[in-house]
Ligand binder design. Sequence first.
Ligand code: NI
Length: 201
Amino acid sequence: MPRYAHYAVRKSPNPALARARLLDYVSAMSLKKIIIHPDPRLKKVCEQVDGISPALRKLATDMLETMYDAPGIGLAAPQVGVLERFFVMDVAGKESAPEPRVLINPRISWVSDEVNVHEEGCLSIPGIYEDVTRPAMVRMQFKDIDGNDQEEEFEDIAATCVQHELDHLDGKLFVDYLSGIKRRMITAKMKKLKKERAREE
Ligand code: NI
């Protein structure tokens, strides 16, 4: 059973509907291919999401499954080739119950002066981890998967995650915060990795 399936059950007030939705989720899920840097699709500014369609829900579900499978704590739509402004995340950690989230049309409405340094990685830049400095706390406005407007404050690892994912929607990667030399070395490594993977396919 996918970890996020608990969420589908818990969110629904109708147990029969919840079970039906759960079966629906389990049977319909599929893993997406994650695009590896460098790729022009990872450099694009993504389009606003117009409305919450069944296709978007399905895609978000698939992205959560893909993220858990990787494993990672965040995955943005452009990383699976969809140039729209949303991402999924779960920063609950291995010891806690899963907390799958979908943030649609996110925008930052406030950042703290205080900054934090976190070691970041990215599913589009596998095996690379580097320190990035960002605001320690951010407030973000977004729509949830039910289309409701939300505003929420994030701190610690969640603050890092939402900023990293929002960057993806603006065509920015965490390596863009590093020195030119470091970035070029990482990009060369990823090009090599992509060639190796293409040969294996
Ligand atoms: Ni990333």
